[in-house]
Each structure stands twice: as C-alpha cells, then as structure tokens.
Design a protein around this ligand. Structure first.
Ligand code: HEM
Length: 405
C-alpha cells in the first residue's frame, strides 16, 4: 500500500484516554477500526493488520508462517531497535524456527514452576527488604522507584547468581536502562557495563560454580560446545530486559488497582490464597504489553477470516484480546474473583509465550501479599487521573505512584 493510502488509516499505537491507565484503547480509536482484523498506520512508516479478537490472536501467535525477526525488511516496527541491541546472538525473542527453539529450550527447565519455587524464599527476602527500606524512607515515597523497580532486578540477580557484593552494581545499571530519563548514550553505556560484567561473571562461574542459572548453563551448555559465550551473555541480558520493566510496571499497576479498592487489600491480607487468581485478573486488566506483538507474514495466511499476504505486517493486540467479551464476561470490569481470568494472553501465546511467567507470577503474588500485610494503611496520594503514565514505552506503566501510610 502506498504512503498516501496508509495516511488515511487510524494511527497506531493507540493511546488510551489520559485519565485512565486501565483503558487500553480510547473509544474514538476503537470506532475507527473497520473490523476485528483491520489496517492501521504504523508510527515509523507503513501499515499493518491489527488482530484484536482472542481466538484470532491465538491463531496468529501459534502460526509458524509469521516471523518475530524484527531485523527483516518490512517488519512492522513498533519500537525502534536501539543500536546497542544489535549484538543479538542470544536474543531469541526475535528469532524464528530452529534458531529460536534451540536457545529457548536451554532455558525451559530453569523456568519450570518447581525450579522457580526454589527461588521463592529469595524473592520473599527481596520483597520484604525493599518494603522495609521503603518504610524507613517514608511515609511519602514513590512506590515505583522504592519497590516496583528494585524487586525484579534483584530477582534476576538471584536467578543469574550475581554475587551479593555486586548487587548494587547490577541494580544501578539495570535502573539506568529502565529509567525513562536516561539518554541513549547512558543506556548504551549501562548495557555495555552489564554485558562486560556478565562476561566476567561467566569466567567466575566456570572456576567456582554455584546453584544458579549461569553456573548451570556454563557447565552444561557452554563447556560442552553447545552454546557460545557471547550467546549466553546476550541471553542473560534478554532475561534482564524482558523481565524487568514488564514486572515492575505490573507491580505498579497492580498496586494502583488495589489501592483504589482498599477492601481488596484487606481481603488479601486476611486470605492470601486469593492472590493467584487476583494476579491473573490484574495481568488481564492491565496488559502492560499494550502495543501488542508485531509479526511479519512469511507466507499467505488467513487470520480471523482476513487474507494476509506474505510480506505484510500484523500486530497481535493482546490488550484488546484480553477484553474480548466472548471470553471474559463484563470485560471492562476488574473482578479479582473472575473464573476465566487465567485465559488472558498478557504473556503472549504460542511459540514465544513468555518463558518467565512462573517467575513473574511468583514476584507479583509475593509483592502484593507482603504489601497488603506490611502496609495496612497504604494509600495513593493521587487519583488514577492524576498519575502520569508511559503510554509509548515498550511496556505500558505508570510514571510514578506516590504513596503514603
Ligand atoms: C516473552 C510478557 C515477565 C522473559 C514475553 C512475551 C510477552 C511477555 C507478551 C511474548 C513476546 C512475543 O511473543 O514476541 C511479560 C510480562 C511479564 C513478563 C507481562 C511480567 C508481568 C518476564 C520475566 C522474564 C521474562 C520475569 C524472565 C526473567 C521473557 C523471555 C521472552 C518473553 C525470555 C521471550 C520468549 C521467546 O521468545 O520464546 N514476555 N513477561 N518475562 N519473556 Fe516475558
């Protein structure tokens, strides 16, 4: 399609109304779509098919004829690729077929629920530590920087086996990467520092293995010749980047949703067994991967009755699939007891479905239960409408969440 035609299409990504971080698509944008699979104009040129229904998103994300390789010409780019990510040897999130499954397979055991359970005491410790520091700094803190951001980066530290003495270094550079105020040079320097640190750590793990992911991958994959060291370094960076901002934004959005309904925080305090379903509903309701998942058709296909030709871009709109009324009753309502909550696709679906989801679930559950338990009088200083958001970041989230108690 020529640029002239593309310019008449609705401009994607859609941004919800300013006042409501939980409304993923504004009504006027919805009204401009001319069907469940319809054309939208992309922010960096060209157009793509927007796939919005739950069943169609599933069909798309498990279809082997669609590529995740954002380096291919014609790929529907939603976020420009930072130059520092070009060292992509282990970034299997952008790979297809055997190249993707070869690397992903090496991590599947690591992220199995039973292995994540072993990390739970450390997550608990991390969460409690962050909350007690927050208590000491307050009352009156930004919950995002005091709590939501440190928890995932410390958790990745534990997972990878970063020695205690290096936690501050790791944490500092992770925060720079995630900080909205960091410039591209700062981010590039932080990514470089972490990659250098991880390369050094691999040497240490080889000499002195521990009970951690890096030690196991060095012994079982690198030293057997299955995996190159540079692949392992960028795989570890992928875990850091994919697991950090997503989880932090989810902790922030979840805290806001619960602070708006203090009776839910009280219920969680009384009965922590509510947490797992509440977390599923929060994942559905917040869907932080707001702009959806882009793919490039490598062959002609039909999705949701729409013919898609090889070379065309598509976007799986998770946030809309998670509000599909044929799957979720009263989809715009936040209902922590919702039975079908687990059917959400906040972690994607199919071949690239989030490998870190057992870890993310454990972090969210522990974070929310401890928050409810330790801060019974916690409240947000601002209303939903007053809190600035980050609509165009890779994952959607709040810019700050000032709280007091
Ligand atoms: C993939 C969401 C936490 C590691 C994905 C995808 C989504 C997602 C939607 C699919 C991407 C695609 O199909 O293109 C989330 C959300 C999280 C979260 C909402 C938190 C609430 C984590 C954590 C880790 C992680 C904690 C690891 C420490 C990954 C990796 C992939 C991935 C490695 C790529 C999988 C593949 O390509 O096969 N995530 N994620 N994520 N996620 Fe997560």
């Amino acid at each position: 399609m020529g640029t002239a035609i593309a310019s008449n299409l609705p401009a994607f990504p859609f941004i919800g109304p300013d006042s409501d971080p939980f409304v993923p698509v504004d009504a006027p944008d919805l009204a401009r779509l001319d069907g469940p699979v319809s054309k939208v104009r992309l922010p960096f040129g060209g157009w793509a098919w927007l796939v919005t229904r739950h069943a169609d998103v599933r069909q798309l994300l498990r279809h082997p004829g669609f590529s995740s390789d954002q380096y291919r010409p014609g790929f529907p780019v939603l976020n420009p690729i930072p130059p520092e990510q070009k060292d992509a040897a282990g970034l299997f999130i952008f790979m297809d077929g055997d190249a993707h499954s070869r690397l992903r397979r090496m991590l599947t055991t690591e992220f199995m629920i039973k292995n994540i359970r072993r990390l739970e005491p450390l997550i608990e410790e991390t969460v409690v530590d962050a909350l007690e520091r927050m208590r000491a700094a307050g009352p009156g803190v930004d919950l995002l920087s005091a709590f939501a951001l440190p928890v995932p980066s410390m958790t990745i530290c534990h997972l990878l086996g970063v020695p205690y003495a290096d936690h501050d270094f790791f944490q500092h550079h992770s925060q720079v990467i995630m900080d909205r105020k960091s410039g591209p040079e700062e981010i590039g320097a932080a990514l470089g520092a972490l990659a250098g640190f991880l390369a050094g750590l691999i040497g240490i793990k080889r000499a002195d293995p521990g009970e951690d992911l890096l030690s196991r991958l060095v012994a079982e994959r690198v030293d057997t010749g299955e995996l190159r060291e540079d692949e392992l370094v960028s795989m570890a960076m992928l875990l850091l980047v994919a697991g950090h901002e997503t989880t932090a934004n989810m902790i922030g959005m979840s805290a806001l949703a619960l602070l708006e309904r203090p009776e839910l925080l009280a219920a969680l305090r009384e009965d922590p067994s509510m947490a797992p379903n509440m977390v599923e509903e929060l994942l559905r309701y917040a869907t932080v991967v707001r702009t959806g998942l882009p793919r490039l058709a490598l062959e002609d296909a039909e999705i949701g009755g729409q013919r898609i030709r090889a070379g065309e871009g598509v976007v799986a709109m998770l946030a809309m699939a998670n509000r599909d009324g044929s799957v979720f009753t009263d989809p715009e309502e936040f209902d922590p007891l919702r039975q079908e909550a687990h059917r959400h696709m906040a972690f994607g679906f199919g071949l690239h479905q989030c490998i870190g989801q057992p870890l993310a679930r454990a972090e969210l559950r522990i974070a929310l239960v401890e928050l409810a338990r330790r801060f019974p009088t916690l409240r947000s200083v601002k209303t939903r409408a007053e809190i600035p958001t980050r609509p165009l970041a890779v994952t959607f989230g709040l810019d700050e969440l000032p709280v007091t108690w």
